[in-house]
Every structure is written in C-alpha cells, then in structure tokens.
Design a protein around this ligand. Sequence first.
Ligand code: NAD
Length: 395
Amino acid sequence: MNSNQTIDRRQFLKGTAIIGASLATAPGLLAADSPAASFPSGKIRVGEIGCGSVSGSYLPNLTSQPFIEVVSVCDIKIERAKQRAEKFKVPNVYPNIDEMLAGVPFDLLVNTTSMPSHYPVNKKALEARRHVWSEKPMALDVPHAKELMDLATKNGVHIWVAPTCVTSPQFKFMADTMASGKIGKVTAGHGTYGHGGPGWSGWFYQNGGGSLYDLGVYNVTTFTGLLGPVKEVVGMTAILNTTRKVEDLGEVKVEADENTMLIMNHGNGVLSHVQTGFVYFDGERLAGEARQLYTIDVTGTKGTMHMQGWDWGPGGVDIASQGDAVLETFCKDPGKYNWVGGATYVAESLLSGKPSLMTPEHGLHVLEVMNACHESQRTGRRISVETSFKWPLFA
Ligand SMILES: NC(=O)c1ccc[n+]([C@@H]2O[C@H](COP(=O)([O-])OP(=O)(O)OC[C@H]3O[C@@H](n4cnc5c(N)ncnc54)[C@H](O)[C@@H]3O)[C@@H](O)[C@H]2O)c1
C-alpha cells in the first residue's frame, strides 16, 4: 500500500466516523474504527438489481463467496427476479429499487441493470447510504457521474464501476513489463473488441446504449490504465442498420453507435486507438475460448506486447523484444481473476480496508473519453479531456 492509498483510506474512515451518528440507523453502516467493524456478521450483505443476462454470471460468483450473503434480488420485470431468486436461493425479491432499499437491509448494491438505468438506480442507493458496485458506465454523462461520486463521499460510502480488467494478472504483468523498460519507451496501443451485437435486449441499440459503452469500454479502461490518462480524443462512429430485431422489444430503431473508431492521445507522444462494434463477425471465438487472438497490442521502441484473448478474460501475454525478437508467451495463469468478480473484489476491499485498483476516478475518466469520442463524431473536431486519475496504478 503506498502513502496516497493510506491517506485515501484514512480519509474514508474519517468521513465514515464524522457521519457515524447520522448513520446509526442505516443498516450495516455503523461508525467504524476498522473496516470490518462496520460489518458485524463478517459478511457483506448484497442486493443485486437487474436480473437480465449478466446477472446469470454474477450470481454464481457472488453466492459462492463465504464472506458474501446475497439477501435480495430486484428487477422491474419481476418474473426475472423470481427466477434468479429460486435458482440461487436468494430469500427476498423486489419489483423496484425503492422497495428494495426499504426492505431487508443490505450493505452493497450490485447494479446490473441496463445502462440508462445506472445513474438513477445508483443515485437512490447512495442516497440510502449503500455502497455501490455498478456495471459500466456508472452514469451516461460526466456531470451525473461526478454527482454520484460527490454523493458517495458526502454519505461516507463508496461507488465502484466495472469493468474489472485492471485487476487481471495479465494487466499487471503488462504494466510491470512496461515499467521494467523491457520494451523501451512505449509509443502506441491498439485494441479491438466487437461482435455481431446482443440479441436479447433493445436498449443496447437505443440512446444510452451502443458498442463503445458496452464493449469498447474494456479497451479504453485497459489503455488508460496502461498508458495513462488521455489528453484528447478523435473519434468516428457509424450506424449501419436502420433497425435491429431483439428478443424483448421485437424490431427497434438503431440510435446508438454500432461501429466505432477512437484515437486517444495519452501525452508525451503516446497514442492508442480502439475499434469496437456490434457489426463484427460473430463466429470468431478464438479470442475467447482458445485465447489465440490478440485484442490488445502495446508497442515500444525496443519491443512489443500482445494480450491473448479479450482484456476482460485474458489468456496470456506474448512479448518480443530487442535481442530476443521472437514472441514468447508469459503469464497464462488467471489466478483469482474473474470478469464478473468486480462486486466480490470490492466486497473484500470493504471488509479488509485494502484499496481497490478500480477507482471511480478512473471510471469517470473512461466515461469522459467515450463521450469525447461521440462529441468528436458530432462536431468533426478533436476533443480535450479534463478528468484524470491516479496513475500509474501500481506505483
Ligand atoms: N450480458 C452480458 O454478457 C454483459 C457482460 C458484461 C457486462 N454487461 C453489462 O451489464 C449490464 C446489464 O446487461 P445485460 O446484458 O444483463 O442486460 P439485460 O437487458 O439482459 O438485463 C438488464 C435487466 O435490468 C432490468 N432493469 C432495467 N432497469 C431497471 C430498473 N430501473 N430497476 C430494476 N431493474 C431494471 C431489466 O428489466 C433487465 O432484466 C449492462 O451495463 C451491460 O453493459 C453485460
């Protein structure tokens, strides 16, 4: 733990203590001298909201942790919540966030609703002094995201946002390799993530959805995490289909980006770009199952690094460098890393007090970069980025 992180933690605990009196009645959030003291059962009580596709991957992970108790699930489509509750033996089911917050107490809200619902749901949870793990993005625009972060600070709770890719061993290996100087001065990055587009929910194609928020966000998080905060952005986006057919809404008008190219200037001459889309060949599974495709490339003056597989589920890192210009594979072991393990990771962080590698400041920055891409498309101009975050992550 470095000194900045120690200060952050102390400030958090101080903040928690200051508001302790007003929190005395808030479940699981008693004034605390130590992180674990805030959670008398030694477990983090979780309520998950949004019981669609991804909840089917989150719940097995959450319910298999000895230090987590999933107490409630919620969905405006109540049948979905009931099905998840039955399958994963969750005792309480709610039809909306208000009833969930007023119901059985919990400490951490896990928000896996559709992206346009993230901000209003996160806001209500923070107002009720619950910690929040949100699927990406935490809100659709920077002012709303900042409002959530301020609200969390004011109420002595935390908000964290997916994705989790900076917590993979392969991400750390790449960051450490860069810091070691093995590939010289890093100059450029290339990332790609796309498929044929989700077929289950219409919101992915409507305003507030899109391939950049849903898929490109992983690469943007990886490159800002590896190469540093972005100073300016140039982007282009395209819509190729007037309408798409989806399971929940039938035919929907496509309003959000289906095909996106984003160029990022990280300063000091370091450039990266991300391509992402819902209009990519869907059959190619090599990046996923066999981990044979590279999706993240980092180039330096003395070597190159290539991440095998997707950055949310990497399979290893191949490196070639001066004096040894043949690709060799390193870091194949995923360790404890799990792409749906973000809420579990932050629950551990709440119990131990250990700072999280994923920070809301980084999530805010990624959001601003993505929105700068859309603004660049709208205006035809390159867009400056104002926000930043503590970098390098492993300093
Ligand atoms: N599906 C995946 O494989 C996947 C993977 C990684 C991340 N994600 C992210 O997870 C989130 C959810 O994606 P999904 O594919 O599960 O979507 P989905 O459409 O399958 O499920 C979203 C669920 O949220 C519910 N919901 C929406 N607004 C609500 C509200 N205000 N209150 C309560 N319930 C509400 C919907 O009824 C729906 O059941 C998105 O941010 C997505 O980017 C999804």
